[in-house]
Design a protein around this ligand. Structure first.
Ligand code: 5GP
Length: 122
């Protein structure tokens, strides 16, 4: 976004195609691709193409409602896609900031499945 002054991340290079990724779904607003280090038999990351200040979920405000809803509906669609290795349900996670274990500062939704998850996570 034009007001997004935070440093770029490697996800910008995935969006531009500079770094290859196994893209499973995309449109003008979001991209979904396989995680390079999957935490289960199926692991997809969903990101907004325009970060627009959303380095992390904790930066969200009312202006982000539409994209956040779009990311979550996409997470539902992906979690139902048996061809990607998902079973009945998934762990759908947003890691937010240092205490949340976030490493890439470009908001992303993890959709992890294909095995039964435990709660709480580590
Ligand atoms: P975070 O810890 O920020 O919530 O998750 C970042 C995720 O990005 C991790 O699960 C990590 O495996 C994934 N990741 C890091 N670098 C790459 C990459 O170059 N390509 C892909 N497809 N995933 C990556």
């Amino acid at each position: 976004g034009v007001r997004d002054t935070d440093p770029p991340t490697l996800f910008d290079k995935i969006i531009s195609g500079e770094i290859p990724a196994a893209i499973v779904k995309q449109d003008d607003k979001m991209m979904a691709f396989k995680d390079i280090n999957p935490a289960g038999p199926a692991h997809v990351l969903i990101i907004p193409k325009d970060r627009n200040g959303l380095t992390r979920l904790g930066k969200a405000s009312v202006e982000h409602k539409e994209i956040l809803g779009h990311l979550m509906v996409t997470a539902a669609e992906i979690s139902n896609d048996k061809s990607l290795g998902f079973g009945d349900g998934a762990r759908i996670v947003v890691n937010d900031g240092p205490d949340g274990g976030q490493e890439v500062m470009h908001l992303h939704v993890h959709v992890i499945g294909g095995r039964a998850m435990q709660w709480p996570p580590g």
